[in-house]
Design a protein around this ligand. Structure first.
Ligand SMILES: *[C@@H]1O[C@H](CO)[C@@H](O)[C@H](O)[C@H]1NC(C)=O
Ligand SMILES: *[C@@H]1O[C@H](CO)[C@@H](O)[C@H](O)[C@H]1NC(C)=O
Ligand SMILES: *[C@@H]1O[C@H](CO)[C@@H](O)[C@H](O)[C@H]1NC(C)=O
Ligand SMILES: *[C@@H]1O[C@H](CO)[C@@H](O)[C@H](O)[C@H]1NC(C)=O
Ligand SMILES: *[C@@H]1O[C@H](CO)[C@@H](O)[C@H](O)[C@H]1NC(C)=O
Ligand SMILES: *[C@@H]1O[C@H](CO)[C@@H](O)[C@H](O)[C@H]1NC(C)=O
Ligand SMILES: *[C@@H]1O[C@H](CO)[C@@H](O)[C@H](O)[C@H]1NC(C)=O
Length: 750
């Protein structure tokens, strides 16, 4: 008898059909891997499983994964003793080896008002996992702020994210609803290894507390699934009490801070020791690797023999709809029952020889094939329809219809609505090799449009909320009408996807940040710097006063100013822009921007104005003058923020000391430098109303630039930069920048 075996591909087809017919088919159910530990080591501490690479004691854990198991008296004096695992100071609640996560407890930060003393006392917690191979999972956690008019920030080495929990007595607080009233939550940025919390005490909270019996506001970076908001969290201390002052947070971990390729070079330290295990390189910014068991295996890849074959057949009666399920290492087979044979992938009883042996079999199998094909087609058509419908839905949600109507009436515009397929083709299915930038609110890909061979930058936004969704089409319409030589042109957008995508012209020569702080900066003459400053100021002035409605940029910084092939400055990234500036939209619940550039008034009031852009532009002027970064984390406390250093130098008449050597050396520059420094000082005024308008800044810079052209050195200096930007450079560019720099600008405002 011949032995017939199914392979996986053949099994898949019937499975798809079953799925389509709404019968649950668990083709690849992944059973949770069992915890594994080194022989002779404790498997548990209290109720918590301790799988290797974690362990208790030096011999039982990999370096950096050692836990302590401390005996502690049961809380609230129940008398019982129980043990709890600790990683450093953090109590460990659970460990997951397959996805490289660990759940630990962190402190809740609080700001409480004491009516006895009339004082508000903050408790501002911080967590630091730097250099440990652990970081805060952005997918599993949220920044949560609870309270009445409580404004708190999570500050990391690269981001400041604020969240304002308001308290509108007209809106009742609701169970489970954390959307701004009594409770607010914000996304955790990727790759955060360190944060501090910070309450804005000058915010309205204390007033409200004094009047009512609302005593505390809270802030925590915590597991989003663990937040179950109750109105009592706002009116009492129950949030802190029930959690004992701590909440769970999920951390990702990697085994070591080297890539798989490097790790394999030293087999004595390589951690994926089990047979049938694989090494996975880190996909984020953290360097390192993890191990996993190959498909079809489960268990702990970090211990010898840890990956065990999964018995696929066990409890999986749907796997082999026709034959018998036989488990094999890493998979399974579906041979027919003895006495049956396979025809067209289906087991049928072997026919007794007869006068017309072949006919019924062939007839049956042909019929079966036809039925299979028919069902497959029906499925395919249904899937197509579903996906078409989804696209149409997104299109409508994003205001696509409005946009479409308007486009028809304004034929002249070059703005285009792209389809998802067009952009996929242009960017090689959003291949990682095409990424040119990753910003706070999206990823930018370099793309080539088919047909007209036009290079574009495609920006894929991160999530946007419901309200923004409805407004998106309208915003696109306004942005598409902006036409200024120093503003990156928006060519079109794609609305068929869950989060909209924007298509911009591609600017080839990198950002101003790279130009100043890269090695090329030293060869940039004052004239060239002035030119870039004037062009950028002009673009911002245009947004503020000539666009209709006026537009706030919201995130002005040197890495959002791009340099094109003709060394013209181009302002980009309206990601945080606030259109129209009606009262409602000026007042954002989420705070965003980049440290070192943030308007101190905005940090205090949460209200972004046109003068916030002026402040940020002032910082850009400082960068041009000093070639220093807006924040320097490694400097002494009072020297971290460039604007603070500059303002105190101005006061003491010592500006010359912080200027970039190269422009100081150019003769006859002193008068111009003096005037630019004076202008920067005005831009950095504490109160927005004392700052000049963007138009005034642009006019002033324009005047200086003209003065410089009459200057004997102006001409030569220009030629110098021409050659600099003409040469091929390593500055791959993007329309959105990634530089998010330090936090200390904010702290110094305290
Ligand atoms: C756990 O016990 C060890 C040794 O007894 C001690 O050094 C450590 O501080 C304890 N950790 C906690 C969080 O209690
Ligand atoms: C707290 O403020 C209230 C109202 O302003 C005042 O009556 C009370 O004396 C103050 N108490 C203390 C301890 O300062
Ligand atoms: C909110 O949840 C609590 C506890 O589950 C329950 O007692 C209360 O009735 C709920 N309130 C509302 C408005 O649903
Ligand atoms: C501060 O609170 C008062 C009521 O206590 C309210 O009228 C006022 O608008 C609040 N200010 C801000 C900035 O929210
Ligand atoms: C929160 O709870 C912890 C532990 O019970 C306690 O030490 C801390 O003082 C509490 N904080 C507030 C603001 O109530
Ligand atoms: C491999 O690592 C071990 C432990 O760190 C070290 O002693 C050994 O010298 C390394 N071997 C090589 C070939 O680098
Ligand atoms: C295969 O053989 C078994 C037992 O010999 C029988 O019960 C079954 O009907 C046959 N046909 C199929 C399609 O499995």
């Amino acid at each position: 008898m011949t032995k017939f075996e199914y392979d996986h591909r053949l099994v898949l087809l019937p499975c798809h059909l079953l799925l389509c017919l709404s019968v649950i088919c668990s083709c690849s159910a992944e059973a949770p891997a069992a915890a594994g530990h080194r022989p002779g080591c404790p498997a548990k501490c209290g109720d918590v499983d301790i799988p290797f690479p974690f362990g208790i004691g030096e011999q039982c854990a990999l370096d950096g994964f050692q836990l302590g198991c401390n005996r502690s008296i049961g809380s609230r004096g129940t008398g019982s003793t129980s043990s709890k695992p600790f990683w450093g100071d953090f109590e460990v609640m659970s460990i997951s080896v397959p996805d490289g996560k660990v759940r630990v407890k962190t402190l809740i930060s609080s700001l409480c008002y004491d009516p006895a003393t009339n004082l508000t006392t903050p408790f501002e917690a911080s967590s630091d996992f730097t250099n440990s191979g652990f970081w805060i999972s952005d997918a599993d956690n949220k920044i949560v702020v609870i309270g009445c008019y409580t404004l708190a920030y999570m500050m990391s080495s690269s981001y400041v994210i604020g969240c304002l929990s308001r308290c509108d007595d007209a809106l009742p607080l609701q169970n489970g609803s954390c959307s701004g009233n009594g409770c607010c939550q914000a996304d955790v940025p990727k790759d955060i290894t360190y944060y501090e919390s910070y309450f804005n005490e000058r915010y309205n909270g204390s007033v409200t507390w004094r009047q009512q019996d609302r005593r505390c506001g809270y802030m925590a970076v915590m597991e989003k699934a663990a937040l179950d908001f109750r109105p009592s969290f706002v009116t009492s201390t129950v949030f802190n009490d029930t959690n004992n002052g701590k909440v769970p947070v999920i951390l990702n971990w990697l085994i070591a801070q080297v890539s798989c390729r490097v790790a394999r070079q030293n087999m004595s330290t390589y951690a994926c020791v089990s047979s049938n295990s694989q090494c996975l390189d880190s996909t984020g910014k953290q360097p390192g690797y993890r191990c996993r068991c190959r498909n079809g295996y489960e268990g702990n890849p970090y211990i010898t023999g840890g990956c065990q074959d999964i018995d696929d057949c066990l409890g999986n009666s749907n796997l082999c709809p026709f034959g018998v399920c036989v488990n094999t290492p890493g998979g399974y087979n579906c041979p027919c029952h003895p006495g049956n044979s396979t025809i067209n992938g289906v087991c049928v009883p072997i026919q007794k020889p007869s006068r017309f042996p072949a006919l019924p079999v062939v007839g049956a199998s042909v019929g079966l094939v036809i039925i299979v094909i028919a069902i497959a087609c029906a499925c395919l058509i249904r899937e197509r329809k579903k996906s078409q419908k989804m696209k149409e839905n997104y299109f409508r949600q994003h205001g696509g219809l409005l946009l479409f109507e308007e486009m028809k009436s304004k034929q002249a515009n070059s703005f285009k609505i792209f389809t998802k397929e067009e952009l996929q083709k242009a960017t090689d299915m959003f291949s990682a090799q095409r990424i040119v930038g990753r910003g706070g609110n999206g990823t930018v890909y370099r793309g080539l449009l088919e047909g007209n061979d036009l290079e574009v930058a495609v920006k894929r936004c991160m999530t946007i909320d419901e309200k923004q969704k409805a407004e998106f089409g309208k915003e696109m319409l306004i942005l598409s009408q902006i036409n200024h030589r120093n503003i990156v042109k928006l060519l079109g957008c794609c609305l068929e996807v869950e989060v909209p995508m924007l298509v911009y012209e591609f600017i080839p020569n990198g950002t101003l940040f790279q130009l100043i702080h890269g090695s090329h900066g030293q060869r940039l003459s004052l004239a060239a710097r002035l030119e870039i400053a004037h062009e950028s100021a002009d673009a911002l002035a245009y947004l503020h006063s000539c666009a209709s409605p006026p537009i706030l940029h919201g995130d002005v910084k040197s890495s959002n100013i791009l340099i094109d092939a003709d060394r013209k400055a181009k302002v980009s990234d309206f990601g945080t822009s606030i259109l129209g500036a009606t009262d409602e939209s000026q007042f954002a619940t989420f705070m965003q921007g980049t440290c070192g550039y943030l308007d101190p008034e905005y940090v205090q009031t949460c209200r972004m104005t046109y003068k916030s852009d002026v402040y940020s532009f002032g910082v850009v002027l400082l960068e041009l003058l000093t070639r220093k970064k807006p924040v320097n984390l490694f400097a002494a406390e009072h020297e971290k923020s460039l604007s603070v250093v500059f303002l105190s130098a101005m006061k003491e008449n010592k500006v010359a000391e912080i200027l970039d050597e190269h422009i100081k050396d150019e003769e006859d520059n002193a008068r111009f430098i003096q005037e630019i420094a004076e202008l920067a000082k005005q831009c950095l005024e504490m109160y927005g109303e004392n700052r000049p308008s963007m138009r005034e800044v642009a006019e002033k810079l324009g005047g200086l630039r003209k003065g410089m052209h009459h200057h004997p050195w102006g001409k030569e200096a220009q030629e110098d930069t021409e050659s600099l930007l003409g040469e091929p450079s390593s500055m791959a560019s993007s329309t959105v920048s990634t530089e998010k720099i330090g936090i200390t600008g904010l702290q110094s405002g305290r």
